[in-house]
Design a protein around this ligand. Structure first.
Ligand SMILES: [Zn+2]
Length: 683
């Protein structure tokens, strides 16, 4: 493994920290923590932790011996000094005399000794860091270390690889007892430069940041060398010719994984798709059901991925119906196994635990790849990253011997740890969490406002627009996971590829906001056919094409969905010169009702919003100026010429769409958002 230490970089961090009033010890701690954090073969997604023992002034200005240790919520790759909260060291040493200390008391005791009570919770491995005498301590879950340790004879293999340089502590869950055992292991053998925790990870330590980091890299390299010396392991592949596309396959799995909530709504998960030569080599193996089903490589993963991944059959192109049936069977078995695992282990612990959902978080799909799943795109991404690291680790472990992870009981204790259980139910999920919304015309005023509101309510949003830049700008304003897709809704191929892209990105589609439109003015009696046809293309056929594409995915998911159409006041209340706009919009209103009629049995709802006089690409500020002048009224009077005498905005329209996305028992409805206009009232 590459040693990334550079004197120049270390000096630069010391200098910038000095300016911020951070001492050199902490500066170097920040530096090597980041060096560890950027290496996915050492730690990923908040895994691992580091510490430094130093001197700091307390609230009264008295110099104190402290330990600065990684705080929860921080990632080593991007850590800064506030991510290393300082705790008084002497009380931490004193607590070692106790026989036992519950996890809750340990957390309280750690908080009690924080120099700054507003700091994040220090790592649950803080006492382990504190009990070791070294100034710098580093801890990782390195892939190469796990590959050697996750074996039946892992202790023997590790002893052979590291010799006298490392002490080994047999598996104990993180907490007070592990801290005591690790400190005792060091004291029994003070010449070691690292301590390996069986099937968990590695600690190294030293007098300087560089020494501790160097030792981490050195020991991981030793493990890598041992793996390299073993013959390559490639599982015998099954035949995977003519696999179905990811866009066809993923919605099937995602839909089958959704759980029905008590209120009758589906709790869906977002999916993050991955494929690569290494992933395919792994998932295509004939004996995937064996090596791919043994469990997680380190207990740290279990909260994100559950112990077992779902393994599907091979999905052949043109046989999606059969695949759907086989996935249903696989999920039923998965849930039953998970429920049994919970029941057995909960009974062992006196029935005190609150059950988590039974849905898998990773699915391995022969011939296609893998998906990570979670309630948000971010959670799904983390699950997928951990699955990729797991595949890498298992391949290495199989080279060395046979991958043998911790038994389920140990992993249950981690998954149902009291500190994790205490977090349950604390954060109320957002109303659209786990749902994917596609918004057409997403780069326009109403589309962007709707996508932003849906994202704020927990949905993952895809913004489709003919103007790729406009879609990207709107997506960038919403946030990291908002997905911009260039799409010409008048072109069938473009629509298909846009919806495929959304299925690959988020796993499917649950809500369509069919919003894109365009208006042309002309008297109906003189209207050119070509103009009318052009208007029908975007104001009717585009809605139909988008709805068809969305319904195809929704049916594959089998969890219902919502089709929301931006119709227009014109659909029921014609305006002079606006025939080219009103005619297709009236047809689209009919379309809404046709979808409501035919898709109700699939749980797919279809509803419309009739809006009027919204400042947008269709009614620009210049148009408002021109029209108000023509009518001899002020611009304000023009935009407020409704019963409520208030201007109606794109955000108001977005609220109406949100209402329909959540109104689970409403279909075939039209909501008017125009401030009140008797002539446009539905009748
Ligand atoms: Zn750990």
């Amino acid at each position: 493994m590459k040693n990334r230490w550079a004197d120049k970089d270390a000096a630069a961090i010391i200098e910038s920290c000095r300016k911020a009033g951070v001492n050199e010890d902490v500066a170097l701690r920040v530096y090597t923590s980041r060096l560890i954090g950027v290496e996915p073969e050492l730690v990923i997604h908040g895994g691992g932790n580091t510490s430094v023992k130093t001197q700091m002034k307390d609230f009264l200005g008295v110099e104190q011996s402290v330990i600065c240790v990684k705080g929860s919520g921080w990632d080593l790759a991007t850590i800064e000094a506030p991510g290393l909260p300082a705790l008084l060291l002497h009380p931490l040493h004193a607590v070692r005399q106790r026989e036992t200390l519950s996890d809750e008391d340990m957390v309280r005791f750690q908080r009690l000794n924080l120099l700054d009570p507003s700091s994040p919770n220090p790592s649950v491995e803080t006492l382990l860091h504190a009990f070791l005498p070294h100034k710098f301590v580093d801890h990782t879950h390195a892939t190469a270390i796990l590959a050697l340790s996750d074996q039946k004879n892992g202790l023997e293999i590790c002893r052979k690889a590291f010799g006298a340089r490392v002490a080994i502590v047999p598996y104990v869950m993180a907490g007070f007892q592990l801290a005591k055992k690790t400190a005792a292991a060091f004291e029994a053998d003070p010449d070691v430069v690292g301590i390996l925790l069986e099937k968990h990870g590695l600690f190294t330590f030293g007098d300087t940041a560089k020494q501790s980091y160097d030792r981490m890299i050195e020991l991981v390299t030793l493990a890598e060398t041992a793996i390299e010396a073993a013959p390559k392991w490639t599982p015998k592949p099954i035949a995977t010719k003519n696999a179905a596309t990811p866009a066809d396959v993923i919605p099937v799995i995602r839909g089958a994984c959704a759980e029905m909530r008590e209120d009758g709504a589906h709790q869906r998960l977002i999916a993050d798709f991955r494929t690569s030569e290494q992933i395919l080599g792994f998932v295509n193996g004939e004996t995937l059901g064996d090596y791919g089903a043994r469990g997680v490589v380190t207990p740290d993963h279990i909260i994100r991925t559950k112990n077992h991944y779902l393994i599907t059959d091979f999905p052949a192109a043109g046989a999606i119906d059969e695949f759907q049936k086989s996935v249903k069977r696989a999920i039923d078995t998965y849930r039953a196994d998970y429920d049994r695992y919970f029941k057995d282990n909960n009974a062992r612990l006196g029935g005190t635990k609150t059950k988590l959902d039974s849905a898998p978080r990773v699915a391995l799909i022969p011939g296609v790849g893998l998906i990570g799943m979670g309630v948000s795109a971010k959670e799904a991404m983390i699950a997928a990253d951990l699955a990729e690291i797991t595949i890498d680790t298992v391949i290495k472990a199989e080279r060395v011997g046979a991958f043998d992870p911790l038994p389920p009981a140990d992993l249950f204790d981690m998954e149902y740890w009291s500190l994790e259980q205490a977090k349950l139910g604390q954060a109320k999920p957002k109303p659209l969490a786990g749902q994917v919304a596609v918004v057409t015309g997403g780069g326009g005023t109403i589309g962007a406002a709707t996508a932003a509101l849906f994202a704020a309510n927990g949905a993952e949003v895809a913004l489709l627009d003919r103007d790729a830049d406009a879609a990207s700008r709107a997506a960038a304003e919403i946030g990291k996971t908002a997905f911009a897709v260039q799409c010409d809704l008048t072109d069938e191929v473009s629509v298909k590829s846009a919806f495929d892209a959304v299925a690959r990105r988020f796993g499917g589609v649950d809500i369509l906001v069919s919003n894109a439109g365009a208006a042309w003015e002309s008297m109906i009696a003189d209207m050119d056919d070509a103009l009318l046809r052009k208007s029908f293309e975007i104001n009717f056929f585009a809605h139909q094409r988008a709805a068809q594409a969305a319904v195809a995915i929704m049916k594959r998911q089998g969890t219902g969905g919502a089709l929301l159409f931006n119709v227009s006041k014109q659909a029921v209340n014609p305006g002079e010169n606006f025939g080219a706009y009103g005619l297709p919009k009236a047809t689209t209103l009919f379309l809404v009702r046709q979808y409501a009629l035919e898709c109700g049995k699939d749980g797919i709802r279809a509803n419309a919003v009739n809006a009027d006089r919204i400042r947008s690409g269709l009614l620009t500020d210049e148009m408002i100026a021109k029209r108000s002048k023509a009518r001899g009224v002020s611009e304000t009077a023009y935009t407020r010429s409704n019963l409520l005498q208030r201007e109606v905005t794109a955000e108001d329209v977005a609220q109406a769409f949100l209402h329909h996305a959540l109104a689970l028992k409403t279909t075939g409805d039209v909501t008017t958002v125009d401030g009140g206009n008797v002539a446009a009232m539905m009748r």
